[in-house]
Design a protein around this ligand. Structure first.
Ligand SMILES: [Mg+2]
Length: 342
């Protein structure tokens, strides 16, 4: 059953392959779009300068394991003060390749890398061969953008270690990010929201909404809907995005501190609840997971990437994006998506 709401018409048939900061990677033709899923970080918000922090923190864990009180305020401040010197080649690459995955998956990768290198060891005895093999396999899968590994034989002690420390490390990551840049950027955004939104973002979302498209925010970060907004929700509010039934953003979805929610599962769940098929959905993002998920769902995928993000541009092309746009002010984007005539 398809919903027959007012929609947006997406039509690339009269557009050139390239125009200004807009590029067609795979043509779609003409479609009705009724629902749009948007990543937040890097796609609409510029508040989180997370890749250097992700690189520094994961490099620190690989080198040091998880010593006692690793997640203290003190250690967070220390890491935040040394972000540039802690970064490493492997973890810089990881930050780029893993963009869009749940932060909990990225934390799990760091812990598994420390286990693999032996900087983190299990109390009773070292990793056995089978445990090493399963661990190495998960590390490889995370590089490939995968987030579920339930089919692999994992020993209970490795699983226990991960479930105890992944959420703690996630808290540390948020603490380091807050101290390194996020809190200062959030304060600046409260005074001047437009400077911290991707140019044209709010207008683009409003245009979709006015045409009858339902917009959803889907993030790999924590999206608290508790009474006191925290984390990503604070940022969304500071930037002036209105969230709630009937508003510009219908609802916002993320992970919990201790339970990851891969974007593909969130988006597929929403489509199923709404009885909408993927072909009527638009996925907008800057990370691999939303592009991969959007392509797998049969949705139209729009990548929002800076011109100098060459590796991500290459990756998004490989993963099946349809269009790449520098920001939402591109005239070609306004011609690509037009309200359905009443
Ligand atoms: Mg993002």
């Amino acid at each position: 059953m398809e919903s027959r709401r007012a929609m947006m018409i997406l039509d690339d048939t009269s557009l050139a392959d390239r125009e200004g900061g807009f590029e067609i990677v795979r043509r779609v033709g003409r479609r009705h779009i009724s629902h749009a899923f948007h990543d937040i970080d890097g796609t609409h918000s510029l508040i989180r300068d997370w890749p250097p922090v992700m690189s520094a923190l994961t490099a620190w864990v690989i080198a040091n394991g998880l010593p006692e009180s690793y997640d203290s305020e003190e250690n967070a401040a220390d890491i935040a003060g040394r972000v540039e010197s802690l970064r490493a080649e492997e973890t810089d690459r990881f930050a780029i390749e893993s963009a869009g995955l749940a932060a909990l998956t990225q934390m799990e990768w760091a812990i598994r890398r420390a286990l693999q290198d032996g900087t983190l060891s299990l109390a009773e005895r070292p990793l056995e061969d089978e445990e090493k093999t399963a661990n190495a396999e998960v590390i490889q899968r995370i590089w490939e953008g995968r987030e579920r590994f339930d089919d692999l034989p994992e020993s209970p002690r490795v699983r226990d270690l991960l479930s105890a420390h992944t959420p703690r490390l996630f808290h540390l990551y948020e603490l380091v990010l807050a101290k390194a840049s996020r809190d200062a950027n959030l304060s600046a955004a409260r005074k001047d929201p437009a400077a911290w939104r991707v140019p044209g973002s709010l207008e683009f979302l409003r245009r979709l909404h006015a045409a009858g498209v339902r917009n959803y925010f889907v993030t790999g970060s924590v999206m608290s809907t508790a009474q006191r907004p925290e984390g990503m929700l604070e940022e969304v509010i500071a930037l002036g995005f209105e969230v709630g039934p009937g508003k510009v953003i219908e609802s916002a979805h993320g992970s919990d501190w201790d339970r990851k929610m891969p974007k593909e599962e969130v988006m597929r769940g929403l489509l199923a609840d709404l009885s909408v098929s993927g072909e009527h959905a638009l996925v907008v993002g800057d990370g691999r997971s939303e592009v991969q998920a959007g392509a797998a769902m049969g949705a139209v995928v729009l990548s929002r990437l800076d011109p100098e993000a060459w590796r991500l541009r290459e990756l998004h092309r490989e993963l099946g994006t349809n269009y790449i746009v520098r920001d939402y002010r591109e005239p070609a984007l306004a011609r690509l998506l037009q309200p359905e005539q009443a």
